[in-house]
Ligand binder design. Structure first.
Ligand code: DQA
Length: 153
């Protein structure tokens, strides 16, 4: 069950390194939408849900933000970007709050079709599910999924 304080569900979107460059960054892989475009699209998916969108190139900042979600947010949607494949710290942070703040992992690209180093996610085991390969539309799918999961928990 979500926090239910004012009956408004709060979801935190976290975006890792280099995702601030979406739109011009390898568009054949990541698409042409900017992060601001994706954020705007999210408001229409579940207008009744309170959404906060953040991006950081700093692993430490992302870890701090995750640690602060207990009691503040109901769920996390995270694209850890390259940190997916390297950060045990992010995995630990997601596990530390996962008893009350479930997370969904999202990737724009299908990482399994790419270099082998991208086939392993250190963060996915700390998440309730993972969506990848649908570029910006994956964020819509992830939001629908986490809202559904929270409502039925
Ligand atoms: C990514 C995939 C990662 O391997 C890569 O480092 C990124 C973006 C994606 O959304 O497809 O920065 O997370």
């Amino acid at each position: 069950m979500f926090r239910d304080l004012e009956n408004v569900m709060k979801i935190l979107f976290l975006n890792g390194p280099n995702l601030n460059l979406l739109g011009t960054r390898e568009p054949e892989i990541y698409g042409t939408e900017t992060l601001a475009d994706i954020e705007m699209a999210m408001k229409a998916v579940h207008p009744e849900v309170d959404i906060e969108f953040r991006q950081s190139n700093s692993e430490a900042e992302l870890i701090t933000w995750i640690g602060e979600t207990r009691g503040t947010f109901d769920g996390i949607i995270i694209n850890p970007a390259a940190l997916t494949h390297t950060s045990l710290g992010l995995c630990d942070a997601l596990k530390a709050v996962g008893d009350v703040v479930p997370a969904v992992e999202i990737h724009l690209s299908n990482t399994y079709t790419r270099e082998e180093i991208r086939h392993k996610s250190l963060t996915a085991p700390a998440c309730i599910g993972q969506i990848m390969g649908f570029q910006g539309f994956g964020y819509t799918l992830a939001l629908r999924a986490i809202v559904q999961a929270l409502k039925s928990s």
